[in-house]
Design a protein around this ligand. Structure first.
Ligand code: FAD
Length: 285
């Protein structure tokens, strides 16, 4: 289907992009990789008056790693994350999850900022951001603000972003090398959106028990979220078969996923529990 008509601008600075968004009174949209926006336009789910292309804005495509953690610019593409060898040690959960994101061609264009703003509950990056206590740096007409990923997503395809705001970068706290972690997801075909996915990680205390457990779910939810009851079931325990089963049971009981033509709610719930079992088995082995 042909796209609806729109004006196009490719500003050279972030301030200019924000000014264009603000001047449109909510009728303009940012364009990053276009891998979600173009289908949205083609299906006439949106008809913006103006597309503000972010590709000429300098500095949004950086990945910076230091003792505080990892900062990933909004225009960093999936391909950049997979190609950055530093991330495999500095934040191994991220490339592991992004290796499931979409298909080769889409990974060459799709970006971190676009995915976070699009807020698909089955997308990997929003799920990892919530599971890992990431912070989003957002710029708008009135300045910059930092929002915890857990507070950023308000529902399926919905966030706290205002019409004149852009995501600038996402910040992940430092990742200890001894951390135990795993990412598991199931999709109908490789590269499809996940029917369910689980990111799980924990640290070990001096007695070899799990502490600081974080368990995040995608797909089996209306927005990416942590599973507090499953985390509580693991914290303070040795991660053995019994603890893993009790965390998986807690996860299954606390989920209330939507059903659709791809999978029923009951299937997604059960799948998330199974994926958590697998993730914890892998993390603890
Ligand atoms: C066939 C197919 C399969 C896919 N499979 C997966 C998958 O398995 N997992 C997955 O996670 N994704 C998947 N995707 C989506 C893909 O990862 C997209 O690249 C991503 O969701 C959006 O990124 P983008 O850069 O293309 O954003 P765009 O399409 O350019 O923009 C998406 C939305 O974000 C807004 N936006 C863009 N950048 C910013 C910014 N910096 N600040 C504020 N708003 C912004 C736009 O206005 C728009 O509303 C798939 C897409 C397709 C077409």
């Amino acid at each position: 289907m042909k796209l609806p008509p729109f004006e196009y601008a490719a500003p050279a600075t972030l301030d200019e992009a924000i000014a264009l968004l603000a001047a449109s009174g909510g009728t303009a949209k940012a364009l990053s990789g276009g891998q979600s926006l173009m289908p949205v336009l083609a299906f006439r789910l949106a008809s913006p008056s103006l597309l503000v292309d972010l590709r000429k804005i300098p500095g949004l495509d950086r990945i910076d790693i230091d003792a505080q953690g990892v900062k990933i610019g909004a225009r960093v593409r999936w391909r950049d994350i997979l190609d950055d060898a530093r991330l495999r040690t500095a934040f191994p959960l991220l490339p592991a999850a992004i290796s499931h994101t979409a298909h080769y061609q889409i990974r060459n264009r799709g970006t971190v900022g676009g995915s976070l703003a699009h807020a698909d509950p089955a997308a990997e990056m929003p799920g990892i951001a919530v599971a890992c206590d990431a912070q989003l740096v957002i710029a708008g007409s009135t300045g910059r603000r930092t929002v915890a990923a857990a507070d950023f997503f308000t529902g399926a395809l919905s966030t706290v972003l205002a019409d004149d705001e852009l995501i600038v970068e996402v910040r992940f706290p430092a990742w200890p090398t001894a951390r135990r972690w795993a990412f598991e997801e199931f999709a109908m075909r490789r590269g499809d959106f996940a029917l369910a996915g689980i990111a799980a990680w924990y640290d070990l205390d001096s007695g070899g028990r799990a502490t600081n457990t974080h368990i995040g779910v995608i797909g089996a939810c209306t927005r990416p979220q942590r599973l507090a009851k499953a985390e509580a079931a693991l914290n303070g325990k040795a991660v053995d078969a019994a603890a893993i089963l009790s965390a998986a049971k807690a996860a299954t009981e606390s989920l209330d996923p939507p059903g659709d033509l791809h999978a029923s709610a009951a299937y997604r719930r059960s799948l998330a529990g199974t994926l958590l079992e697998r993730a914890l088995q892998r993390a603890s082995s």
